[in-house]
Design a protein around this ligand. Structure first.
Ligand SMILES: CC(C)(COP(=O)(O)OP(=O)(O)OC[C@H]1O[C@@H](n2cnc3c(N)ncnc32)[C@H](O)[C@@H]1OP(=O)(O)O)[C@@H](O)C(=O)NCCC(=O)NCCS
Length: 182
């Protein structure tokens, strides 16, 4: 369990799935995140995936529930963990929209970076974000991420094409951003 001032990151439990199912089926949340094209996802499918992963385990990813005010407000995780090159991808979704823009996402990302660099000894954390997602990009920059590349007009965002931005933070940059935090 990773504890911040207002945010706790903890393991996903089966009882969380109904809440995650609501987030996954909220079109506004999905379009804000903008990864794969949104499509309805059944609770049964989520449960099957959870049960399979609980049974078989997962080596290359770690999922967390984001908890604030004792509620699950979203999920986040580290994926594609490459232990040879020591990097991983980071993903985050705050599904409770009233929690957007209040610093919760930034706190969760900082907790994951601390875990990735200090606890898991990784060297680089990267992510993908569509260029119209200013809120996310500002939060990531505040955590030390810089733009590393851009896939032009890569994302179809319900009516227009937008760039897909690749961002990353190296361990040394993360350390420097901690000094910046005071
Ligand atoms: C992206 C996300 C994790 C960011 O977390 P958050 O708690 O909302 O972000 P923070 O409050 O830490 O930071 C938001 C920043 O964007 C700014 N911001 C807030 N609302 C904004 C808006 N509508 N447009 C542009 N910027 C905005 C804030 O001022 C802040 O920047 P600043 O500190 O430089 O002033 C969260 O909003 C979320 O989960 N959104 C939906 C799914 C998603 O986009 N996932 C990411 C996919 S890559």
């Amino acid at each position: 369990m990773l504890r911040g001032e207002r945010v706790t990151l903890r393991a996903v439990e089966r009882r969380d799935l109904e809440r995650l199912w609501l987030f996954w089926n909220d079109l506004e949340v999905e379009l804000a995140g903008g990864g794969d094209p949104p499509q309805p996802l059944s609770l049964q499918r989520l449960r099957e995936r959870f049960d399979r992963e609980a049974r078989e385990g997962t080596l290359d990813k770690i999922d967390f529930i984001i908890e604030a005010d004792k509620e699950c407000i979203g999920e986040c995780g580290l994926f594609h963990i490459d232990l040879a090159a020591r990097h991983c991808e980071l993903g985050i979704t705050i599904g409770e929209r009233e929690y957007w823009g209040r610093g919760y996402g930034r706190e969760a990302v900082k907790l994951m970076l601390d875990y990735a660099f200090r606890v898991r000894n990784l060297r680089r954390v990267w992510l993908e974000v569509h260029a119209a997602n200013e809120r996310a990009i500002r939060a990531y920059r505040a955590c030390g991420f810089v733009e590393e590349g851009r896939m032009r007009e890569h994302v179809w965002l319900a009516g227009r094409y937008v760039d897909n931005v690749i961002m990353g933070v190296m361990r040394e940059e993360w350390k420097a951003s901690l000094v910046g935090d005071g």
